[in-house]
Write a protein that binds this ligand. Structure first.
Ligand code: UDP
Length: 353
């Protein structure tokens, strides 16, 4: 039995969606570790809430700026009363009570602090390379503490060009929360944070060309970006449903013919891909980053040329080649909580040995 301290992302309270897919990953890993008999304490910004994960240690302070909006040569910036610093001060104080601290924040500070802690720290890196200061501290930590960095996927890890052989941990979901739907309605789905790196405008363009309604769900992170899309495609058949709970979201997604993934960046994983597959919904994605490692081209969706709206439209026309049951099966085989728990448990064990 391990005593684990999970230190959350500092860009938003858990449950708000501001942290993106790493919120769901942290939640699922915590659930699965507890089910296996490990003790897990979560530390997160004030206002964090997760159903059936009580007793989150709530830490006050100002939120960290999101890394996606940084220039490559950006300096490290932290607010005066930083929730990130406050969470790590808490971790410092309680570290002797734990076997391992697990960092879920894509931030410079926890990497920098690693040699100053007596308790070992595992860093779960949730995005690809975004700016140089972060790349440098990640490389230094990987060199000094081999094996302590974990990534979602190989294509994500490659963006950091590390010498260390790091584990690829993927993701996993509670499959019982996602219901299979064999007969979809004539509509498309798009899921995720509404932010430029997600390329939503391409999915909207594809909806306009095909005239198939597009349901958009996810956290409104960049309102200006959204308004630009609305202005550029005033007559596209799209509907924004808001940021939904997992239960509400899967009720919508499972009725759709397909999930469109249009990332401009190297998407580290794409939790939404496996959530769609779990409902039997195929995924059409640009052949880039995590989704290219998840989608089985021609079997559980289509991988197409990046940034090609024509590619999206052509793939939508071929959806009847995909068996929705095969999609659900892929999720069951590769992305269950058990499979996720095995990978994380092995990673934690390797670090502690
Ligand atoms: N999501 C949600 N409600 C919504 C739309 C999305 O809870 O209405 C969640 C989804 O479950 C996923 C996350 O938002 O966990 C998006 O994560 P993903 O890994 O796809 O991308 P990221 O935001 O990390 O870049």
């Amino acid at each position: 039995m391990l005593k684990l301290l999970f230190v959350s992302t500092s860009v938003g309270p858990l449950g708000t969606g501001l942290g993106g897919g790493v919120e769901l990953s942290l939640y699922n890993i915590a659930q699965e570790m507890r089910r296996r008999g490990h003790e897990v304490q979560i530390v997160a910004p004030n206002g964090s809430y997760f159903e059936s994960l009580p007793n989150i240690v709530q830490i006050p302070g100002e939120l960290q700026m999101i890394a996606q909006s940084q220039e490559r040569n950006a300096s490290i910036v932290m607010p005066g009363d930083s929730v990130l610093a406050n969470m790590w001060e808490y971790a410092r104080q309680v570290q002797t009570e734990y076997d391992l601290i697990v960092n879920f924040a894509y931030d410079w500070l926890p990497f920098y602090l690693t040699p100053f802690f007596s308790c070992p720290i595992a860093h779960f890196v949730s995005m690809g390379s975004l700016y140089e200061a972060m790349d440098r501290t990640i490389k230094q930590t990987a060199d000094r503490f081999p094996g302590t960095l974990g990534f979602y996927t190989a294509s994500q890890a490659q963006t950091f060009a590390l010498d260390d052989k790091c584990p690829y941990l993927g993701s996993g979901i509670n499959l019982s929360l996602y219901e299979f739907c064999a007969q979809p309605q004539k509509c498309l789905a798009w899921l995720g944070r509404i932010a430029p790196e997600k390329g939503l405008e391409d999915a909207v363009a594809a909806a306009k060309i095909t005239q198939i309604p597009l349901k958009i769900m996810g956290k409104m992170q960049d309102e200006t970006y959204w308004q630009q899309i609305v202005a550029a495609y005033p007559d596209a058949p799209v509907e924004y449903l808001g940021f939904l709970s997992t239960s509400e979201m899967q009720q919508q997604v499972r009725q759709c013919q397909v999930l469109l993934m249009t990332p401009r960046w190297v998407e580290a994983f794409g939790n939404v891909a496996i959530e769609a597959l779990a409902c039997g919904v195929p995924v059409i994605s640009y052949r880039r980053g995590g989704p290219a490692e998840i989608v089985q081209d021609g079997k559980t969706g289509f991988l197409i040329e990046p940034d090609s709206v024509t590619g999206l439209v052509n793939a939508i026309a071929r959806l009847d080649e995909i068996d929705r049951y095969t999609c659900r099966q892929q999720a069951e085989i590769e992305f269950s909580l058990e499979a996720l728990g095995d990978r994380f448990e092995k990673w934690f064990g390797d670090i502690l040995n």
